[in-house]
Design a protein around this ligand. Sequence first.
Ligand code: HEM
Length: 448
Amino acid sequence: MAAPLMSPGPPDSGALGKLATGVRFLIDAPGTVHERFERYGDLYRVRGRPDLFAMRHPDHLYQVLVEQASAFEKKHTAFERLSRVLGNGLLTSDGEVWRRHRRMIQPAFAHARLLGYADVMRDEAELLARSWNDGGLVDMGAEMMKLTLAIVCRTLFSHSAEGQADGVSRAMAALQDTASRPDLLPAWFPDPARARADRAIATLDDIVLGLIRQRREQRERQPGVHDDLLERLLAAEDEDGARFGEREIRDELTTLFLAGHETTAQALTWTWYLLARHPEAEAQLHQELQSVLGGRAPGFADLERLPVTEQIIDEAMRLYPPVYLMARRAAVDVRIGDYEVPAGSEVVMWSYWTHRDPRWFAEPLAFRPERFAGDARARLPRCAYLPFGAGPRMCVGKVFATIEAKVLLATLAQHFRAELTSKRPMGIKPRVTLTPARPMSMRLSRRG
Ligand code: HEM
């Protein structure tokens, strides 16, 4: 094997340590990242403490996420605050802790359960549609967030969390503002953003710990009444008969609250945006819904007969992947492509730019759902399209989210069309998820 090459990258900006890494991450907004890829190639290195390797080539992503996944950890400067909130939850933990939790949580997403969840999703969408008015103005992002949060509360925590949805969503919004920013200031320095995040975490903790205690009391009074994820976490034992502690359950519930609603909500918000800007795709969607469902709400069995609906969602997640980058830290020295990635370096995989690369997607900026027709996806290079990630850390809620997005869009779009109130293209605000730069203000019109 040839000796590894020195990775190209911008000139050394000096050893400003962790501060420099944090600042760089903020400056490395998607636009800057794209310019750098164009200038230095598919992989570039930004020196600092630690060094940061930015990547976009599907082969490199495959190596980090799949082939050499065990050489990387989830720890990353950019997600320090998020990790503080989510603790050892599935999204942010590593090693044996992660493996044990994944084994316990996976069954909540088994096929048989998803059948029942589809009905809950449809009922919640019908409920939302009944609250919408012909000619009404909505912030579509907020509507989708409310809807998907209610669904997580009902499916994973069987109603127990329903009364808490408002509190959770307010805390989540406060976290969004700060969680994806690295901690740039030392802990002793007064930082209003950190104080806001701390208050949001405290609110969430009150809600989540309250839910756990309430359920424990219920179980003592009436054992076996609930059969949901919370029950599973409380009852689960590992090989030595040890149970999850309160802290572990808290981390997992908080993770699923966050990971389980915001991503799907963003996928749907961007889908409504793209449909409003592409009337021909919207007409095709409506034609499919009309001919397959004819005004009826969709059930699980209908989903495979809605290929256009699915292609529209897939294409929306190509252009606006809710998780627009994935990050890792190298635990050991690794070779990625021709380049050496030393232990301790951080890797940022910009799937946002992989999805917008003309080498894999012709006219990448065009919204063309038909590019996902038939077996087109299978013909793409591996890791060229990865809205749910890849490898062992692939999204545990992938099938849940796929069903959810389809059921919600199929139900709501049968009742309403949504038009943008502004013709100005919507910019992006890359936070924990890919958020619209301003509220997605839309006017609803009831379908005849
Ligand atoms: C359209 C919706 C969704 C998208 C685009 C999405 C995307 C992703 C991606 C890209 C990852 C991998 C991150 C990485 O490798 O760094 C991930 C992980 C994860 N997702 Fe999702 N997700 C969605 C919905 C959901 C739902 C509905 C749930 C739960 C109800 C969920 C729970 C999780 C969890 C717990 C992980 C961590 C898995 C692990 O590391 O073992 N996600 N998601």
